[in-house]
Design a protein around this ligand. Structure first.
Ligand code: MRU
Length: 342
């Protein structure tokens, strides 16, 4: 990976500002966990696995700043830090996966100094594990890509979103590294253009031919026989395989079924939430209306226009051909595969 979306510098974090890409490569460097929380909320760091990794480091930074040497005071202040980090974004499971792991470490025996060090170590471990998982799942997923395939993807599920190899883009990049001739249609991904800004940028760097389309062109491309499969990432997958991902993913899945095109989800197990039975239980983030009424600060809709801005939708598992994970490829019945490998 040419750029590092998140880097731990021993006592502070360095984050590549994804809102400024592709035009500027700007980094945020901070000791302040609240700044990391703001960065997560504002999508400076984004994509489910990257949100989880940033969340882990944010908790470690917050813990390092706690002054008391008394365990009972430390844990009280720690809980404020942990809850603040958990409240940044509601949909990506990876954030809560990281928070739960950090909370477990915070509750172990030891002096406050020892617990602080253990929290830093755990955050680094989460980071390494997420990166490793995406590399493994890319190997499995590449088996599904045939020579000459054109793949449609939505949003951005590459190295920036994962701090590793990427999920959907990892699969595509690995297929290309295997010598397969693979090309991509990238949805621009309204309203914040993660596809137009980030997916095109990453695929160009990886040498994968990429053509940018608006979200509403996907059905036409499918009807013209120009797409061999669809691969997207995921923000949360429930016990039955239902999957939340960037708004617009559900539309693609329904269209893919109509056109007999395989629809794949690529995600590490840290995205799978077996505490939720179905996608109906997934909290869907509602974001600022200005993301719709304005474009890069310029107003594009009349004053007082009523807006809904759900950032994610849920694709029922019946539309999903397979879920590509670091432990292998899961197909129907998804609940069995998920239970077996979780
Ligand atoms: O709002 P974002 O940009 O964080 O949404 C990201 C997505 O929906 C990605 O597809 C998902 O997190 C998978 S990232 C490997």
């Amino acid at each position: 990976m040419a750029v590092k979306p998140i880097e731990w510098l021993g006592n502070r974090i360095k984050i590549l500002d994804q809102t400024r890409l592709p035009l500027e490569e700007v980094y945020l460097e901070t000791h302040d966990y609240l700044e990391v929380c703001t960065a997560i909320k504002q999508l400076v760091v984004r994509g489910a696995p990257s949100i989880g990794v940033a969340g882990g480091y944010a908790i470690a930074l917050g813990a390092l700043k706690i002054k008391s040497e008394f365990n009972n005071i430390f844990i009280k202040e720690y809980q404020v830090v942990s809850r603040t980090v958990a409240a940044t974004r509601p949909t990506a499971r990876n954030l809560f996966f990281a928070v739960e792991r950090m909370d477990k470490v915070a509750g172990t025996a030891g002096t406050v100094e020892e617990i602080k060090q253990a929290l830093v170590d755990e955050a680094v471990k989460i980071h390494n594990e997420e990166a490793e998982a995406t590399e493994k799942l890319s190997d499995y997923g590449a088996e599904l890509i045939e020579d000459g395939f054109t793949v449609l993807t939505h949003c951005n599920a590459g190295p920036l979103a994962t701090t590793g190899y990427g999920t959907a883009l990892g699969v595509i990049i690995r297929a290309k590294e295997q010598g397969k001739n693979v090309s991509v249609y990238a949805d621009e991904t309204r309203p914040l253009l993660q596809g137009a800004r980030l997916t095109t940028w990453e695929l160009q760097q990886a040498g994968v031919p990429v053509t940018l389309i608006t979200d509403s062109m996907a059905g036409y491309m499918m009807s013209q026989g120009r797409i061999d499969c669809v691969i997207t990432g995921a923000d949360r997958i429930t016990a039955n395989g239902d999957t939340a991902n960037k708004i617009g993913t559900y539309t693609l899945a329904v269209l893919a079924k109509e056109h007999n095109i395989p629809f794949y989800i690529a995600a590490p197990f840290s995205t799978i939430d077996t505490s939720l039975k179905t996608g109906d239980d997934i909290p869907i983030e509602e974001r600022n209306p200005e993301e719709i009424t304005h474009f890069q600060g310029v107003q594009t809709a009349p004053d007082n226009t009523s807006v809904e801005n759900p950032a994610f939708d849920v694709t029922p598992h019946r539309y999903i051909t397979a879920i590509i994970t670091e432990r292998g490829i899961i197909r129907e019945p998804f609940h069995e595969g998920i239970k077996r490998w979780k």
